[in-house]
Structures are given as structure tokens and as C-alpha cells.
Write a protein that binds this ligand. Structure first.
Ligand SMILES: CCCCC/C=C\C/C=C\CC/C=C/CC(=O)SCCNC(=O)CCNC(=O)[C@H](O)C(C)(C)COP(=O)(O)OP(=O)(O)OC[C@H]1O[C@@H](n2cnc3c(N)ncnc32)[C@H](O)[C@@H]1OP(=O)(O)O
Length: 325
């Protein structure tokens, strides 16, 4: 498996050097490609933690490019021995240098946040909208296979990461957004009832893959997962806490500071014993996918290519396009 991961990562690194653009380098303290910004906190030479901020406007969907850049950034952090903890979050806070586009029409209202150069900015309040629907709709089977391999890779890398991973959930987190969160060791969500989290695949007419279902079962238990998966439940923060999708709910302006303080507690545990424990808890679930990755890719490609499934996705996309802002 290690060999397979290393080979896949070489492919991703090659792809990354083609499409990844290092925008900012400040020693080892900050690096970025186009869609993921990584900032490290802590003194040089001491244990540091990294914050991976998603910035794939408008909704941080997990496009193929995003997945590639994410895995490259994570691998860099895994290889940096001074980093022991990583926080996943969205870079979706409004920045100063922005202006509101006149919001007289619904479409303008929906994408009202642009910077002065007219570039689309991330919208606040979205952790990640999940898998990119446009990667799964209207493409060919070879594309679906490539995309699914990248989705699997992301999940395996996160689920088996030796780092302490935490998610600071500062916005909506449906489906693949929830995937990012539940691979982490700890989840803290902003207390805003507009934000929801869960696996809503069934509402789109699709089905969560078995390994994500297993991850969900491991997180919230079999009965709760069975019900939530069938209904496609998106939980607001208080309910997410009750069912165990998240571990803590805190006021929105405290999500980052709280995550840092919980991280400090986790980092007080010796790495080797924590890592061995994590592996003991997760290996069987991950192995289930590793032993049938290729079959899972073929299943996905043929499932998503079905006319009925493409029709469901089309209807869902139309619904998103025409929903009231
Ligand atoms: C039995 C055999 C089984 C075999 C099974 C094998 C494999 C498994 C098969 C399939 C599994 C596939 C797994 C999929 C998991 C997923 O992640 S699917 C994606 C789920 N995501 C969602 O449902 C979220 C949809 N989006 C929203 O709810 C909202 O957009 C939002 C995130 C809450 C934000 O709302 P807001 O009002 O701020 O923004 P808009 O809705 O106006 O959106 C802006 C813009 O962005 C587009 N968009 C939104 N989400 C996505 C997305 N996920 N992908 C791509 N594009 C997205 C939206 O359409 C708008 O576009 P515009 O109209 O052009 O402006």
C-alpha cells in the first residue's frame, strides 16, 4: 500500500508541478497553490501546526484540480517533521478588499462577492460544497474514472494520515464536505443554524460509496448512519453535535481559537502511541477500499454514466441554479 501511495503521489506531484503555481513562499511558514493556502503556526524549530485553507470559489467544491493540489499540500506537510497537527478550514471569510455587486437580480445576488479586479471570491459560510458535480455530469467514463481515483486518494490520505487532523467547520459541509470533516480526528463547528453538515447523496439520486459509509458508521454508529444516509440528512450544528457528526459547536468567531486549543491538548500525547492507536482503529476500514480500489473505480464510472443518474444530476444542478438566493 505504501508503494501504491508513493507511486500515486509521484503522479500527483508531476501533475502539480504542471498546474500548481506557488503564489507565496515565506520560508516554511506559508505556501500556496491556486486552491489551497497553507499557513503554519508556532516557532521555528518547535512543533508547529498547519492550517490548510480551502479557496476554490465559489463554493470550495472538490474539483479534480482542487483534489490534486490538496493532496500535494498534505504530502508536503506529512514530510515536514516539525509539523504534527493540521487544521482543515475554509478561507471563506470576507476579505477587506471587496465590494458588493449591485444585487438587483437574483443571479447577481447569488454571486455578490467579487474583488475590485472583478474576480470571483469565495462566499462566506461554505466549508465545502462537496464533490464537484460538474466532474460527475456530462463527461466520459475515462474522466469519471480519473476523478474517482483522485477522490479515493484524498480520502485514503486523510483517513490514514499520521498527523493529528482537525476540522474547523466554518460553513456548509454537505456530502464531500462532510467527508473532509469526518476523516479528521476532531471536528469543531461554528454555531450558525444556516450551516449544515451530513451525507446528502440520496437527495441527489446518488449513493455514498461504501468506504464513506463505513467512515460515517465509525463516526456516528450504525443506526444513526443508516437513517441519516437514507434520508440524506443535513444536520444543523446542534443536531450534528447530538448525533456525533461533530465533536464541539462553538460561537463562529471562536472556531479557530478553540481548534488551536484542542489541538494543543492532542499534541501533548506522544506521537508514536497516538499514531499506532489511530492506525489500529482505522486500518481495517481503509484496507477495505485499498483491496478493491480498481473495482470501486469501475463501479463508480458505470454507475455515474447511467442515463437515470445523469438525469438526476441534471435535475439537481438545475434546482441549484434556479433556487431562490
Ligand atoms: C448501487 C451501486 C452503487 C455504486 C456506487 C459507487 C460509487 C458511488 C457513486 C456516487 C457517489 C458520488 C458522491 C458524491 C458526494 C458529493 O459530494 S455530491 C455533491 C453534494 N453537494 C451538494 O449537494 C451541495 C450542493 N450545493 C449547495 O447546497 C449550495 O450550493 C451551498 C453549498 C449550500 C451554497 O449555497 P449558496 O446559496 O451560497 O450558493 P449556490 O447554491 O448559489 O451555488 C453557487 C454556485 O456554485 C454551484 N455549486 C454548488 N455546489 C456545487 C457542487 N457541489 N459542485 C459544483 N458546483 C456547485 C451552484 O450550481 C452555483 O452555480 P451557478 O448557478 O453557476 O452560480
Amino acid at each position: 500500500m505504501a508503494m501504491a501511495l508513493r507511486a500515486a503521489s509521484r503522479v500527483l506531484l508531476r501533475a502539480g508541478s504542471r498546474l500548481g503555481r506557488r503564489e507565496a513562499v515565506d520560508g516554511a511558514r506559508r505556501f500556496a497553490n491556486k486552491r489551497v493556502l497553507v499557513e503554519t503556526e508556532g516557532a521555528a524549530g518547535a512543533t508547529r501546526i498547519a492550517v490548510m485553507k480551502f479557496r476554490n470559489p465559489p463554493v470550495n467544491s472538490l474539483s479534480l484540480d482542487f483534489l490534486t493540489e490538496f493532496v500535494i499540500s498534505l504530502e508536503k506537510l506529512e514530510n515536514d517533521k516539525s509539523i504534527r497537527g493540521v487544521i482543515l478550514t475554509s478561507d471563506s471569510l470576507k476579505r477587506g478588499n471587496q465590494t458588493k455587486v449591485a444585487a438587483t437580480e437574483k443571479t447577481e445576488e447569488k454571486r455578490a462577492t467579487r474583488d475590485h479586479g472583478g474576480r470571483l471570491q469565495e462566499r462566506p459560510g461554505i466549508f465545502s460544497a462537496g464533490l464537484d458535480l460538474l466532474e460527475m455530469y456530462g463527461r466520459n467514463p475515462a474522466h469519471y474514472a480519473e476523478y474517482w481515483k483522485a477522490v479515493q486518494e484524498l480520502w485514503l490520505r486523510l483517513y490514514l494520515s499520521s498527523l493529528t487532523l482537525m476540522s474547523a467547520i466554518n460553513g456548509a459541509s454537505p456530502a464531500g464536505g462532510c467527508l473532509l470533516a469526518i476523516t479528521c480526528d476532531y471536528r469543531i463547528m461554528a454555531d450558525n443554524p444556516k450551516y449544515t453538515i451530513g451525507l446528502n447523496e440520496s437527495l441527489l439520486g446518488i449513493v455514498a460509496p461504501f468506504w464513506l459509509k463505513d467512515n460515517y458508521v465509525n463516526t456516528i454508529g450504525h443506526r444513526a448512519a443508516e437513517r441519516a444516509l437514507q434520508l440524506g440528512t443535513l444536520f444543523p450544528p446542534a443536531e450534528a453535535l447530538k448525533v456525533g457528526v461533530v465533536d464541539e459547536v462553538v460561537p463562529e468567531d471562536q472556531v479557530h481559537s478553540k481548534t488551536l486549543s484542542v489541538m494543543a491538548k492532542w499534541l501533548a500525547i506522544p506521537d508514536h502511541s497516538r499514531q499506532l492507536t489511530k492506525t489500529m482503529m482505522r486500518k481495517a476500514t481503509a484496507d477495505n477500499l485499498i483491496k478493491q480500489r480498481e473495482a470501486d473505480i469501475q463501479n463508480f464510472a458505470s454507475f455515474i454514466s447511467r442515463d437515470s443518474i445523469q438525469k438526476s444530476l441534471h435535475m439537481y444542478l438545475e434546482k441549484l441554479k434556479h433556487k431562490k438566493g
